[in-house]
Design a protein around this ligand. Structure first.
Ligand SMILES: CC(C)(COP(=O)(O)OP(=O)(O)OC[C@H]1O[C@@H](n2cnc3c(N)ncnc32)[C@H](O)[C@@H]1OP(=O)(O)O)[C@@H](O)C(=O)NCCC(=O)NCCS
Length: 209
């Protein structure tokens, strides 16, 4: 059920058991109580860390954040099960925030609204801490998130808008272009991308390619 949060990440673990996790020695594990690498749903308590990464990633570049702090709090309060954070030794290094959407294409209202119990997920933001970029983390988190959504009953597709320069990044992850989006923010134009849950990327990863 969409409104239920996955707790204790046992559900996540069952989805991702086959995924590689950073290996560290038993000695190192004993010295640190925080897990080296952890993926879990975000909560409103993570909003400040989320917003710090987001602010650095977007404000300095375009002056516009996909989500304000209030919107982050709002979505993490309403649909935490559609978010995923990557933590290293307790620090947030990358995250995705999503919400439910009930129409074929994304429209301006989708930017601020969560529609519960719908087959479409609107991915508002994927962001990686600036110290951790270009290491494959964005792609790995995106892939884990899409696999996680595949495990959730009732979900059929993920939608997002992005600027032209990131279209190849999302195409590589298995998204298809839906064409120019009707949404515009501060005169910026976006492409809309769609990922059909339940198949292609999973099959590709498991075919040994
Ligand atoms: C976009 C982002 C999530 C990618 O995460 P990442 O961990 O750096 O990405 P990966 O290491 O998995 O993959 C790198 C690929 O991302 C794409 N990419 C990342 N930043 C890019 C940029 N500024 N311009 C063009 N392509 C870019 C490229 O395809 C790149 O592959 P390449 O190095 O072979 O060209 C990350 O750079 C980020 O947080 N950027 C700022 C926030 C943002 O733009 N978010 C996306 C819109 S919501």
């Amino acid at each position: 059920i969409m409104t239920q949060q996955v707790s204790g990440s046992s559900f996540l673990e069952s989805c991702f058991l086959k995924m590689p996790v950073r290996v560290c020695s038993p000695l190192r594990q004993r010295r640190h109580t925080l897990p080296a690498s952890e993926f879990r749903n975000l909560t409103p308590q993570d909003a400040i860390s989320v917003f710090e990464i987001e602010r650095e990633a977007f404000v300095s570049v375009s002056g516009v954040c996909p989500l304000t702090l209030d919107e982050v709090l709002n979505f993490l309060g309403q649909c935490p099960e559609l978010s995923l954070g990557w933590f290293e030794e307790g620090q947030l290094v990358a995250f995705i925030i999503g919400s439910g959407w009930d129409q074929e294409r994304l429209s301006q209202e989708a930017m601020t609204q969560h529609v519960p119990d719908t087959p479409s997920v609107h991915m508002h933001v994927l962001s990686v801490h600036r110290h951790c970029r270009q290491q494959g983390k964005g792609s790995i988190l995106l892939w884990r998130y899409l696999q996680y959504l595949c495990c959730r009953p009732g979900l059929r597709r993920a939608l997002l808008i992005c600027e032209d320069f990131l279209v190849p990044f999302y195409l590589k992850a298995g998204f298809k272009e839906k064409g120019p989006s009707a949404i515009s923010v501060s005169n910026m134009q976006f492409q809309e991308m769609e990922y059909m849950l339940g198949g292609q990327a999973y099959a590709r990863r498991n075919s040994g390619c």
